[in-house]
Structures are given as structure tokens and as C-alpha cells.
Design a protein around this ligand. Structure first.
Ligand SMILES: NC(=O)c1ccc[n+]([C@@H]2O[C@H](COP(=O)([O-])OP(=O)(O)OC[C@H]3O[C@@H](n4cnc5c(N)ncnc54)[C@H](O)[C@@H]3O)[C@@H](O)[C@H]2O)c1
Length: 388
């Protein structure tokens, strides 16, 4: 792969990780942040992060020197004029992003690829701010970008196929696992994962089980690395609630994605989770949290309900052609560490079992959130599988 010059705008959590990945792949990287304090702290953190790799023997000190010398923190966006790819990772605000890209177009060459790392905004609408929207694409890394292997590539309606193919090849050459998805709310991971959180909260709201028991069930029976409540507290309710709300609004208020009042109140009370020492759990020193009941029958009920909701969403994502079945499974295992791809899991559990569970929930609650995907119904009727 040609070692093009890469620009990164925004040097926060994501921008600094993306700059590190690009520099480690051998590129000259130019980083610009509107806030000089943020840029300085990113420069310090990058040094520490690369030093750590040297200490762990994952990078030689000679290579570390080359990497660090290849990252330039620029005080003006104009200095990104020679870059051939620019990835934006600034504040999640459509108007601000549009302003940045329309300013960038007057600086860079006609062939420079412009990309956004947005988690929730429409790629088509950011692209519409450009004179040449065909060079615009979504390149969505996961946090921390230098560690998480997955990158979602999202061509907008306007994106030229050549730009999509070049972006896929380039990001693969950075050692990342690439999946391609349609420009739809939440892309793959942030769409499919919603019910892992939403159904868990619903179970707790109904008093069926407490947080600790639901977390225990999903880890012990489901094999997930973290339970939904631990994970939401880890991500932070400021981020997790906002993603849920945005995906729901952008899917025209589809009840399957409806946020919960429980999480909204945590967000409003600034009980963000680990970062504020309290969320679903209390992390203050000496705090005592409820222990899991470890009731296997209850655990099986919890697991079956949440996994059926997750599988239904993965199947609907396939049904609506958001991504291929292989990419949907890869996205969930590489982007959020699920123990198995959900479509493969569906085959193992039996599609009929999943449909039965959803139909039983639908008939009990009479709520559209339990609506089975049309594809699931077709596949059960025709006795089909995804992989077997
Ligand atoms: N944090 C995550 O888990 C995550 C994961 C994937 C994608 N994203 C997306 O990545 C983007 C950045 O998120 P983050 O978590 O790194 O945010 P952050 O708040 O850590 O960093 C944003 C940086 O952008 C800078 N900035 C703001 N406006 C700017 C402008 N006009 N010009 C230049 N710099 C500007 C800020 O000074 C800040 O340093 C967002 O679009 C977010 O949705 C975040």
C-alpha cells in the first residue's frame, strides 16, 4: 500500500488512537485540534502509549522513535493541505462537522479522501456539505482505536465506489478487520447491540431480576465477557444513553429501539457509571452492591430473552441489507467482543427456538419491541440456516 500522508482532525479519545494506528502503519500523520490543550495532552498520551508498547516488547525503541517522529501536531488546519486522507474525529455535532469539511475542501487537493469517524450521524448528510461529496466516506473505529480491531466502512449514497474500495484496502493494511455497512443509524454494532442493554434494563425494571443476576446470567450462561449493566457503567451513560436515543430517533422511533427511563434518569442525574463512581452499581470505596442470586432457571430465562432479542436484530440488519451475514457476525465479535457471531449463534440455538421466544414475548406484552424479523419467519418456515 502506498504510504500516503494522513490527516486527523480532533485529538481526543478517538483522534489520538487513530493517529497512532496510522503512524504505526508507516504513514506520516498530521493532527489538528482546535483546542491546543487537548492537542498537548494527546501528544503526551501518544508518547506514553508507544513507550508502553516498547516496554511490553511489542515495538522496538528504534521503531518507536520513527513512529513518534512521523506524528506532527499542527496549530492550524491549513497545514493539513498535503494530506491524501483526512479522518475527522471531533465533537459529535452535525453542523460543526459540516463546517469543518466545507473549510477543508478549500485547503486540500481534489483527490484527498475525506472521512468521518462519527458514531451516529448520517454520512450522507455530512457529505452534502462538500463540493465533491463522492470523495466522502464514513470510517468508524472503536474505542480504544489502537486496540480494538474492528473498523466499519460506511459509503454514503454519494460515495464513489473507488473511494470505498481504496478505503477498505488502506484500513486493512493498517491491520484492522474491516466490515462494510450501509449508511443507517448505528451502522452495524451500535444498532445490533442496542437490545443487549435495552432488554436487560427492561428485565430489571419489571423486577424479574436485579442487575447483578442479569450480569451473572449473561456471563455465566451466555459467555459474554461483561454483563450489560457492567458494560453500560463502563461505557458511561452519557455516551450509551445518547447513542440509544439517537438510534431510536433516527429510525423514526421504531419501538424496538426505544430507550429506557431508568437509563435516562441515570444520565440526567449525571450518574454516568464508573467515571462518576456510581451508575447501576456503586463504585465508591466500601460500597456494598447486591450479589447475584445465581438461580440457574432464572438465568436461563434471562439469557434466552436477551439473546433472542439480539439475534432478531442481527437478522433484521441482514434482512434490510445493512451488511452481509459474515460482516454482521464479524462486527459483533471484533467490535464488542461477543463470544460468537449472532447469526451463527442463531443456527446453534435453532431459528425456531428464537422465533418461539419472540412470539411468546409478543403475545404476553403485545408490544412492537418484540416483533420478529420477517426474515426470521421466512427462514423458519423454509427450514433454512445461515451457515449450516
Ligand atoms: N469515544 C468513543 O467511544 C467513540 C467511538 C467511535 C466513534 N466516536 C466518534 O468519534 C468522534 C470523536 O469522539 P471522541 O470520543 O474522540 O471525542 P473527544 O471529546 O474525546 O475529542 C474530540 C476532540 O475534538 C476537538 N474538536 C472539537 N471541535 C473541533 C473542531 N471544530 N476542529 C478541531 N478540533 C475540534 C476537541 O478539542 C477534542 O479534543 C465523535 O464523532 C464520536 O461520535 C467516538
Amino acid at each position: 500500500m502506498e504510504l500516503i500522508k494522513v490527516g486527523v482532525i480532533g485529538s481526543g479519545a478517538m483522534g489520538s488512537g487513530i493517529a497512532q494506528v496510522a503512524a504505526m502503519a508507516g504513514h506520516e500523520v498530521h493532527v489538528y485540534d482546535a483546542n491546543p490543550v487537548a492537542a498537548q495532552s494527546a501528544a503526551n498520551n501518544l508518547k506514553l502509549s508507544i513507550q508502553k508498547l516498547v516496554e511490553k516488547g511489542k515495538c522496538s525503541s528504534e521503531k518507536a522513535d520513527v513512529i513518534l517522529k512521523n506524528i506532527f501536531f499542527q496549530s492550524s488546519i491549513d497545514k493539513l493541505n498535503y494530506c491524501e486522507l483526512i479522518i475527522e474525529a471531533i465533537v459529535e455535532n452535525l453542523e460543526v462537522k459540516k463546517e469543518v469539511f466545507s473549510a477543508l475542501e478549500s485547503i486540500v487537493s481534489d483527490t484527498c479522501i475525506l472521512a468521518s469517524n462519527t458514531s451516529s450521524l448520517s454520512i450522507a448528510s455530512i457529505a452534502s456539505a462538500c463540493n465533491k461529496p463522492e470523495r466522502f466516506i464514513g470510517i468508524h473505529f472503536f474505542n480504544p482505536a489502537n486496540i480494538m480491531p474492528l473498523v466499519e466502512i460506511i459509503p454514503a449514497l454519494q460515495t464513489d465506489n473507488k473511494i470505498t474500495n481504496n478505503s477498505i484496502e488502506l484500513i486493512k493494511s493498517w491491520g484492522k478487520t474491516v466490515v462494510v455497512c450501509k449508511d443507517t443509524p448505528g451502522f452495524i454494532v451500535n444498532r445490533v447491540a442496542r437490545s443487549f442493554y435495552g432488554e436487560a434494563i427492561r428485565l430489571a425494571e419489571e423486577g424479574i431480576a436485579d442487575y447483578a443476576t442479569i450480569d451473572w446470567a449473561m456471563k455465566e450462561i451466555g459467555g459474554f465477557k461483561m454483563g450489560p449493566f457492567e458494560l453500560m457503567d463502563f461505557i458511561g451513560h452519557d455516551v450509551n444513553y445518547k447513542v440509544t436515543e439517537t438510534v431510536w430517533e433516527q429510525l423514526f422511533f421504531d419501538p424496538r429501539f426505544k430507550p429506557s427511563l431508568t437509563q435516562k434518569r441515570l444520565y440526567e442525574a449525571k450518574r454516568y457509571g464508573r467515571k462518576s463512581s456510581i451508575g447501576f452499581y456503586d463504585y465508591h470505596e466500601g460500597a456494598v452492591n447486591t450479589e447475584a442470586s445465581k438461580d440457574v432457571e432464572l438465568g436461563n430465562y434471562i439469557f434466552k430473552r436477551i439473546i433472542s432479542m439480539l439475534i432478531n436484530e442481527a437478522i433484521d440488519t441482514l434482512y434490510l441489507n445493512v451488511a452481509s451475514k459474515e460482516d454482521i457476525d464479524l462486527a459483533m465479535t471484533k467490535g464488542v467482543n461477543y463470544p460468537k457471531g449472532l447469526l451463527r449463534w442463531a443456527d446453534e440455538l435453532g431459528l425456531g427456538t428464537v422465533l418461539e421466544e419472540l412470539e411468546s414475548l409478543m403475545s404476553t406484552y403485545e408490544e412492537d419491541r418484540y416483533r420478529p424479523s420477517v426474515l426470521l419467519k421466512h427462514m423458519v418456515r423454509e427450514n433454512k440456516h445461515f451457515y449450516l
